[in-house]
Design a protein around this ligand. Structure first.
Ligand code: 1DX
Length: 182
């Protein structure tokens, strides 16, 4: 994944647990990279190892860290030069989710090594929808829950998210029921 992802993870960890803990996480992960370059593509392995090491060191399930990271990503990209990209994707949760593939096409035009996931919405009503998530990567559905929650916060909405289909249970993709609470 692009260095931007590892940088966001680094910033979240440094802010919540401090610089020393981040150094320990990197050491435990066996990741000997001093500075992640935003626009360099790194093996996915590095991100997974960092999350795994953080999970062990902090005694927190990787799923919980990934969820927090998903939420952080929406804040981080909003303030690290990609706010306009997110703004252009939509002015409501439904619209933004429906436009995520277009957003990734735009980023992918400039960064050829992007391996974007794909999202599709169904059963859309004013207060509920089902989001379908297709990815080349395993195990990141908990991060998607956080991403959705982060988008909800962006639009000042409280959401109730339920996982429906799960790839790890043999379904062909992951899906989520999203309800916007009144
Ligand atoms: F709900 O792969 C809201 O490296 C969402 O399954 C979901 O393959 C917002 F310059 C610049 C760059 C860089 C901008 F090249 C990425 F570095 C992308 C900014 C998306 C904002 C996808 C990151 C692929 C890296 C992937 C989880 C899970 C998508 C991360 C979240 C808005 C982004 O993002 C999976 C890669 C951006 C950039 C956004 C993503 C790669 C998302 C969302 N993805 C790189």
């Amino acid at each position: 994944m692009y260095g931007l992802v590892n940088r966001a993870l680094e910033e979240m960890m440094r802010k919540t647990h401090g610089d020393a803990t981040w150094e320990k996480i990197k050491e435990r992960a066996g990741v000997d990279i001093e500075v992640f370059v935003r626009m360099d593509a790194y093996p996915d392995d590095i991100t997974y190892k960092l999350v795994g090491a953080a999970s062990e060191l902090l005694n927190q399930p990787a799923e919980a860290l990934l969820k927090a990271f998903g939420e952080y990503w929406t804040l981080y990209t909003g303030s690290e030069g990609y706010g306009a990209l997110l703004d252009a994707a939509g002015s409501s949760l439904q619209e933004t989710l429906a436009n995520l593939d277009d957003l990734h096409v735009r980023v992918g035009l400039m960064y050829a090594e992007l391996k974007p996931p794909s999202f599709r919405c169904s059963e859309v009503t004013a207060d509920r929808l089902v989001l379908h998530y297709y990815s080349t990567r395993d195990g990141l559905a908990p991060m998607v829950v956080g991403l959705i929650e982060g988008l909800g916060k962006r639009f000042g909405q409280t959401l109730e998210i339920e996982r429906l289909a799960r790839r790890e249970s043999g379904d062909d993709h992951d899906s989520f029921s999203i309800r916007i609470l009144p």
